[in-house]
Write a protein that binds this ligand. Structure first.
Ligand code: ATP
Ligand code: MG
Length: 354
């Protein structure tokens, strides 16, 4: 499948199911961009092994869940290519070469790596391969030579490393002048475009639980148990919203409430299309004339309306898993054609075609 549309690549680690953070951070953009871009969506199963190598059966389940989540969210396998990372050997080969272009200290300074070690409680008990994953991600991306990469805020440091690796590769192996503008690398003979991040309307959606020990509200995350899933049924949505963290100092509806840093209002502002209601209700919340329960009920309706059509479409695909596997195999075939070509070009540039 070759076409002249600009290329787009992004992906998700199969460590659970997709949630509302993915929707506003990236998936919503992917669905919208399917017609105008040649899209590649990678399920990064090898990266799931960085934190759960012993839980391989769960990783498999999660790969299929994410494929279903994509299809439910409206990614169309006729238009877009979705595939599993380990089906693309060229990515692993490229990882080795790119790992030489990124200093070790540079990986250790990556703020997303530091946050993950803290938030996932990894201490100093993570495998060597954990530090390899941002480098692997450089290969995930550049194997497809994409112009754009829709991601959430936490991926910006990884994408910046990818851009550095692309510049360095082009400078060292394709003799591109280092003073050139990012947008001119390919024109000047570089193999890799310097890809641009595209951020969603919410860069970092917080989760449904309260702050951590340092007082920070954590981002909604598959592995932190604070997510509302794109596959949640109305009952689960209700339970999660009813139990969600709000203003801990507000004990009754007549207490003055805080709107800032309150997941209830962050969610209303992000998902409720009725901006007038939100503005009025926030004012009433501030002066203690509206209850949490009323605001939560409103939020449940809003979220069910967004999620339920996705869940229904997902259920239809889940009834025919053989079809879903076939979609992934077809995707791998198309993705391999692109990645193999990139690998060959890269080896050629490095004078390693024999
Ligand atoms: P994990 O906890 O296993 O790291 P995750 O929930 O962070 O899972 P990823 O697979 O790491 O999900 O991220 C997939 C994409 O979704 C990335 O582009 C990431 O930036 C984006 N994303 C994830 N969580 C959020 C969020 N809460 N808000 C906005 N974007 C998000
Ligand atoms: Mg993550």
């Amino acid at each position: 499948m070759t076409n002249n549309k600009p290329r787009l690549l992004t992906g998700d680690t199969p460590t659970g199911k997709l949630h509302l953070g993915h929707w506003v951070g990236s998936v919503e953009n992917r669905v919208a961009m399917q017609n105008d871009y040649d899209c590649y969506f990678l399920i990064a199963n090898m990266h799931a092994f960085t934190t759960r190598a012993t839980r391989f059966a769960e990783i498999r389940e999660s790969v299929l869940d994410i494929a279903l989540d994509y299809l439910g969210a409206g990614i169309d396998p006729q238009k877009s290519t979705m595939f599993v990372q380990s089906d693309i050997p060229a990515i692993s080969e490229l990882t080795f070469f790119f790992s030489m272009l990124i200093p070790f200290s540079r990986v250790m300074r990556n703020p997303t790596i530091k946050d993950e070690i803290r938030d996932k409680g990894l201490g100093d008990n993570y495998p060597f391969g954990f530090l390899l994953y941002p480098v692997g991600q450089i290969a995930d991306i550049l194997a497809f030579q994409p112009e754009v990469v829709p991601v959430g805020e936490d991926q910006i440091p990884h994408l910046e490393m990818t851009r550095e690796a692309a510049r360095r590769f082009n400078q060292i192996y394709c003799a591109v002048d280092s003073h050139i503008n990012d947008s001119d690398y390919v024109k000047a003979g570089g193999l890799f475009p310097i890809p641009q991040a595209i951020m969603g309307r919410t860069k970092r959606l917080i989760g449904t639980t309260g702050p951590d020990d340092h007082g920070n509200l954590l981002k909604m995350s598959k592995s932190l148990n604070n997510a509302i899933l794109l596959s949640d049924d109305p009952d689960s949505i209700k339970k999660k919203v009813m139990g969600m963290y709000t203003d801990p100092n507000r004990l009754k509806a007549t207490d003055k409430g805080q709107v800032e840093n309150n997941p209830l209002w962050v969610f209303h502002e992000t998902f409720n299309a009725d901006k007038t209601w939100v503005a009025e209700a926030e004012e009433r919340y501030r002066n203690g004339s509206i209850g949490d329960v009323e605001c939560k009920k409103q939020l449940i309706d809003v979220l069910v309306e967004i999620i339920e059509p996705m869940r229904q479409r997902r259920l239809q695909y889940a009834n025919d898993m053989e079809q879903v596997l076939q979609i992934l195999r077809n995707g791998a075939e198309r993705a391999n054609a692109v990645a193999e070509k990139t690998l060959k070009q890269a080896k050629d540039a490095m004078a390693q075609l024999y």
